[in-house]
Design a protein around this ligand. Structure first.
Ligand code: CA
Ligand code: CA
Ligand code: CA
Length: 579
């Protein structure tokens, strides 16, 4: 019987589709204040076959504090309904418009914290609870394009009405991305729910990572966000969904980066914001605070780390006219905006192609290539060892010719150096890459970019993660490992919830340090996933409540260590003497 079911499932998957687990998404939007949320909603409709939309909630913000406009979401869905049958000619899974219309919900027409507390439940806040309680173990993404007070009410209600364990289980499912702070409930959420997975660039809009989708930058492709480009590729001649895409008033689609990394393009890994993707790259730390600055909403010093602005250093690639097909540009750029604009041409072309799907038949439009590795996605090699990178299994559903580009995404890995990709990066197979010398295990991320020669050119990627471990010769350094072996009582200072104590039980297995982490009662709460030994110091890696932790411990004397957690929080440890 089971076999029959599986065979039926396989039967239902069209040959060209790649079965991937989709991400679940609820959007909270202050649509109606100016046209950009409306634009983002148009784009989102074209990805409803690749992302499971579970709610579209109209909310307020500082820019629209007394009304919510669900009718504008319905207007976009109505236009989508007219093109949905044609979209299905290109890819399966576009839901009927009625299904999406049933997911439109309202928040209260109240600003920020005025809409949070007893008696402040809304259709929207109740809906998020219902989606969290659904029997579905996948995380639930909530991306906030305006003020997050609907989400704040959801969290308030969960804390008031659920048991501690159940509240924790529901909140652990949430993945939140807010477009800066557009009311005073965002800072309240971060302070009151210190374990909530949260991505944001607090402070000024221009400095925020998300703003890189819409500004003109030297080095970026600025043509693909020009009014001419939008007119030709999105607004005119592509059917009713393109027609309703409004002209830019302030900026183009400032809210879109909140969900771009949920598109399964082969590179996006939204569970790891520090790995980077179409929606930008973010690192986990407590953002600095300047009390002298005035922000759009009042901000205070943050009370805990979360995922926020991170820099990429990037030299753009250009098409070579003669000879080598891809050549490096002359300029190198480094800041948090680079983490989005480096992919701008890719995601804009993807949008344009999907807009063409609204009216054209399969043969006269382009479809993305399938980036495919002829090698594992994860490799472990020793220092000095030779390995290859092989994307030669890639193909294209339209039979288009393909271009390849391999590059190292240095910021996504722990290895702090460049690896030479020779003789040229634009080959499908790089036959010989040499692993550099390391004295502790390090990761290097390589991105394969496959570009087809259709119109517009479309792109898909693969990410290869290579872990480089020291060769035998370097492992001699692990001699000082003996010092760290044993039980340590470690105190973490200045965390949101006050000082916290944990027990680290470390042991040596085949020359390497490993171990477990316990709470003060001795209950195991995590495991050491990796350890690097340095002169007089050890760096332990582990996960705590879904966050990656890096803990440096330095020998102070025979029984005491000092250190730092995630480069930020002071730590003191003492050897637990066993009798
Ligand atoms: Ca807006
Ligand atoms: Ca907005
Ligand atoms: Ca193609």
């Amino acid at each position: 019987m089971l076999t029959v079911c599986i065979m039926m499932l396989l039967w239902r998957i069209p040959a060209m589709a790649q079965p991937v687990a989709k991400h679940r998404l609820i959007v909270i939007t202050d649509i109606g204040n100016e046209p950009d949320d409306f634009m983002s909603m148009v784009r989102l409709m074209l990805y409803t076959n690749e992302i499971d939309i579970e709610g579209l909630i109209a909310s307020t913000s500082i820019h629209q504090s007394k009304k919510v406009s669900p009718e504008l979401i319905e207007k976009v869905i109505h236009a989508y309904g007219k093109v949905q049958p044609n979209l299905l000619k290109h890819e399966p899974g576009f839901p009927p418009a009625q299904k999406l219309a049933g997911l439109v919900k309202k928040g209260l027409p109240l600003y920020g914290m005025e809409g949070v507390g007893k008696g402040k439940d809304s259709e929207g806040s109740e809906w998020i609870i219902r989606m969290l309680e659904k029997a579905d173990n996948r995380p639930l993404w909530v991306t906030v394009w305006g003020g997050p007070n609907v989400l704040a009410q959801t969290l308030w209600k969960i804390r008031e009405t659920k048991s501690e364990g159940e509240a924790k289980r529901l909140i652990n499912k949430l993945r939140v991305y807010t477009i800066s702070d557009q009311d005073n409930s965002g800072p309240w959420i971060r302070k009151n729910f210190p374990d909530l997975f949260y991505i944001a660039s607090p402070g000024s809009y221009d400095a925020a990572t998300w703003s890189a989708i819409l500004h003109v930058f030297p080095g970026a492709n600025n043509e693909v966000i020009s009014n001419d480009w939008l007119s030709h590729n999105i607004q005119e001649g592509h059917g009713p969904l393109g027609t309703i895409y409004p002209d830019v008033s302030f900026g183009m689609e400032g809210d879109t980066p909140s969900w771009l990394s949920l598109i399964p393009n082969g590179m996006n890994e939204p569970e790891h914001p520090n790995w980077g993707g179409w929606g930008g790259r973010y690192e986990f730390y407590k953002p600095p605070f300047d009390p002298k600055k005035k922000w759009i909403v009042p901000l205070e010093e943050e009370t805990r780390p979360f995922w926020t602005n991170a820099d990429d250093e990037y030299t753009p690639w250009m098409k070579g006219k003669w000879g080598r097909a891809m050549v490096k540009d002359t300029g190198t750029y480094k800041d948090n905006h680079v983490t989005i604009w480096r992919w701008r041409e890719d995601f804009q072309n993807d949008f344009a192609a999907r807009m063409m799907w609204c009216t054209k038949d399969y043969k006269s439009s382009n479809h993305p290539p399938v980036a495919k590795l002829a090698m594992p996605e994860k490799l472990t090699v020793k220092s000095g060892e030779i390995f290859s990178l092989d994307g030669s299994s890639s193909n294209d559903p339209d039979g288009d010719a393909l271009s390849f580009l391999w590059s190292q995404y240095q910021e996504a890995g722990t290895l702090n150096e460049k690896i030479a990709i020779l003789p040229a990066q634009n080959m499908s197979v790089i036959p010989e890459v040499r692993a550099p010398q390391v004295d502790s295990p390090q990761t290097a991320h390589f991105i394969l970019k496959v570009t087809d020669k259709g119109t517009p050119s479309l792109i898909r990627y693969k990410r290869v993660i290579v872990t480089i471990v020291p060769s035998q010769r370097e492992e001699v350094h692990t001699a000082t490992a003996d010092y760290f072996v044993g039980k340590w009582s470690v105190q973490f200072k200045g965390l949101g919830q006050g000082d916290t104590k944990m027990i680290f039980a470390l042991e040596k297995k085949s020359g390497r340090i490993t171990g477990i982490i316990q709470d003060p009662s001795g209950k195991e709460i995590s495991k050491v996933t990796d350890a690097e030994l340095k002169e007089n110091e050890i760096i332990l890696y582990y996960e705590m409540r879904g966050y990656q932790i890096k803990l440096n411990l330095k020998k102070k004397d025979n029984d005491q260590v000092t250190g730092l957690m995630n480069g930020m929080y002071d730590v003191e440890g003492e050897r637990v003497k066993t009798k």
